[in-house]
Design a protein around this ligand. Structure first.
Ligand code: GLU
Ligand code: ZN
Length: 321
């Protein structure tokens, strides 16, 4: 049923074209699509390619082909256009630079000259896996204006986090409490060459594109709190967040190459159909009692995010299709 508010729901699929999409990505995109489409909302496809050294040629088109093969669609995107164009991050850099300038003018960032090993060496507290050491605050007494005095010394623009507990609800994980300064530390939002980091770009884009729900993998859960700090600094309304469990290998680690070839393109070549894969994914999420093949569209009928399993799904290879 659509009530008036549900019409305004806007979500996004935001693949990074850093390689090929695999079974784990497919599950997250399927849920993001179902969550929005089941409420009659709009979807945007955005290609997150600012991480240039890791971007592989042709990978953006490959991501689009993979998503289409799964039976997912979108109302706006690089291939279909729309009123929030462009939909490729490397074409939106000017807007990120403006945002960075705002942070510099309001002293919310400072130039940090620490190297990764400086930070590792100075940080004592244990840190969350994949998150790196918590920044110990070495350069926090600098002002944004001090950047000009650094000469040729390489530096990054680091965001000044606030030392207070924030609570925020997550549609999947539930309410959570964090002190960003203590638990995550000041984080990098830009480099001296004018390039910006994921944290800043994603907030600028989701705000500019009117996104009301961000559904993504729970590896990005800590980043939610960093991004909420940015929303609050800019005075922007944050979207609702839903962080869904990842697909892991038998060793409990996030699905990756070491677990065998689970690329969608490979499954396709092996003759696996999108319906077979969606059937497996729907079963893995607890949305269907069996792995019976099904289309994404058929799952819309009774979809409810509350029914999605909170457990990580262990993908074993070779898989009985
Ligand atoms: N582009 C990111 C990824 O593919 C997703 C970022 C996000 O959803 O905020 O992992
Ligand atoms: Zn520093």
């Amino acid at each position: 049923m659509n009530d008036v508010s549900s019409v305004k729901v806007v979500g996004r699929l935001a693949p990074s074209p850093t390689g090929v999409q695999h079974v784990g990505n497919a599950r997250t995109y399927l849920l993001a699509w179902l969550s929005i489409r089941s409420r009659g909302g709009r979807l945007i496809l955005r290609i997150e390619d600012i991480d240039s050294p890791r971007v592989k040629a042709g990978a953006a088109q490959q991501a689009i082909d993979d998503l289409r093969w799964l039976g997912l669609d979108w109302d706006e995107g690089p291939d279909v256009g729309g009123s929030h164009a462009p939909y490729v991050q490397t074409e939106r850099i000017e807007s990120y630079r403006e945002a960075l300038l705002r942070l510099q003018r309001t002293e919310r960032v400072y130039p940090c000259t620490c190297t990764r090993s400086d930070i590792e060496a100075a940080a004592s507290a244990p840190h969350i896996e994949h998150e790196g050491a918590i920044y110990p605050g070495t350069c926090e007494n600098r002002s944004a204006l001090d950047a000009v005095t650094l000469g040729d010394r390489p530096f990054a623009w680091r965001f000044r986090t606030t030392d207070r507990d924030v609570e925020f609800d997550d549609r999947m994980v539930g309410p959570q409490r964090t002190n960003v300064r203590r638990d995550l530390g000041d984080f990098v939002v830009g480099k001296m060459d004018g390039s910006v980091a994921y944290q800043l770009a994603v907030v600028c884009d989701d705000h500019a594109m009117g996104v009301t729900e961000v559904l993504r993998g729970d590896d990005l859960l800590p980043s939610k709190f960093r991004q909420l700090e940015l929303y609050s600094t800019f005075g922007w309304t944050p979207p609702a967040f839903a962080h869904v469990p990842l697909v892991v290998g038998p060793d409990g680690r996030r699905l990756a190459k070491r677990h065998g070839d689970t690329r969608l393109a490979t499954l396709r070549q092996q003759g696996v159909s999108a319906e077979q894969l969606i059937g497996l994914l729907a079963w893995s999420c607890g949305l269907r009692p069996t792995r019976e093949p099904v289309t994404a569209r058929e799952l819309l009928v009774d979809f409810d995010l509350c029914r999605v399993s909170r457990e990580r799904f262990v993908f074993t290879e070779p898989h009985p299709w």
